[in-house]
Ligand binder design. Structure first.
Ligand SMILES: NC(=O)c1ccc[n+]([C@@H]2O[C@H](COP(=O)([O-])OP(=O)(O)OC[C@H]3O[C@@H](n4cnc5c(N)ncnc54)[C@H](OP(=O)(O)O)[C@@H]3O)[C@@H](O)[C@H]2O)c1
Length: 281
């Protein structure tokens, strides 16, 4: 069973503390989203060895930055792990003070399993999630899988925290996470590659490189936005711009040939799924 979150959440009522560990690209995007949804900076404890000036400025609004854990340590409402997976083993030791029986531990670390998280945070509930980079502009796609201990209010809290950076989908089957990583986690790179190759093809067809890049960039972005806003599925949108015997049909005949984009994309996603499994060990 999968469920999507709905509606725009508010974080204004959360008293926290929300402990955020790692305020890099992803952690930073999440924090920005939370604050824009009304979370009081006083509810946030952040750990980050190289804080940006923006993060330091939040101290004036009450955010606690790199406090001595023993002094700040109280059961967190949520403990959010946003460091690189390689740093996971090192950081969890110092964080146990924050993880009580009422705490939900939310990890966005690629390949870090529920089993690892449950072993490290024995008293707490845990959620494993996989976001993607459009989270930086509030347009991410995150897939989350909860451990059995997660209570409905904890799930609501995590849903609200994740929805601050875009869409959220909940799954029950953790084994989907490798394919999820291959589709939505790594997916933005495939779309950027599409823009790159479309621009190169434009140059090969005689366009000046700058013009070709502008056309490719705006076309990919505009088509993405249309797909986002339209109730129609991608196949219908494609058919709607394809007149029989026209220019689009000529290109699609190549792209949709038996050895065209579909088998290539399947091979690519299968390779990423395999790699995700290997990295998780
Ligand atoms: N970016 C993506 O597309 C994406 C997608 C899905 C999942 N993820 C996951 O998101 C996590 C974060 O990725 P990211 O791209 O945001 O990486 P990032 O920009 O490198 O952020 C990680 C941050 O954690 C900090 N950090 C390292 N050790 C720490 C410690 N002991 N305590 C507190 N903070 C510490 C790092 O500081 P230093 O720079 O000083 O080390 C860095 O600022 C990763 O686990 C990744 O698998 C990322």
């Amino acid at each position: 069973m999968t469920t999507s979150s709905s509606g725009t959440p508010s974080l204004a009522g959360i008293r926290g503390p929300i402990v955020l560990v790692g305020v890099g690209k992803m952690g930073g995007a999440m924090l920005e989203g939370w604050l824009s949804l009304g979370l009081d900076p006083k509810s946030v404890i952040a750990f980050e060895p190289q804080p940006t000036p923006e993060l330091k400025a939040l101290e004036k609004r009450g955010l606690r930055l790199n406090p001595v854990a023993a002094a700040a340590g109280a059961d967190a409402a949520a403990l959010v792990l946003a460091v690189k997976p390689q740093a996971a083993a090192g950081v969890v030791i110092g964080l146990k003070l924050f993880a009580g029986s009422g705490t939900v531990v939310l990890s966005i670390m690629a390949g870090t399993t529920l089993q690892f998280l449950e072993r490290e945070f024995v008293f707490s509930s845990v959620v494993r999630a996989m976001p993607n980079t459009p989270a930086a502009i509030g347009r991410g796609m995150t897939v989350a899988v909860p451990s059995k201990k997660v209570t409905p209010p904890q799930r609501q809290l995590v849903d609200a925290l994740l929805s601050a950076t875009g869409a959220v989908e909940w799954i029950d089957n953790e084994s989907f996470m490798d394919a999820v990583t291959a589709v939505s986690g790594s997916g933005p790179a495939y779309v950027f590659l599409l823009a790159e190759t479309l621009a190169k093809a434009g140059v090969a067809a005689g366009l000046p490189p700058e013009l070709a890049m502008k056309l490719a960039r705006e076309t990919v972005a505009g088509a993405g936005e249309l797909l986002k806003r339209s109730p129609l599925d991608p196949a219908t949108l494609r058919q709607n711009v394809t007149s029989p015997g026209g220019t689009t049909a000529a290109a699609l005949e190549v792209l949709m040939a038996p050895d065209g984009l579909e088998p290539l994309m399947q091979k690519a996603v299968a390779a990423a799924t395999r790699r995700s499994k290997e990295l998780a060990g």
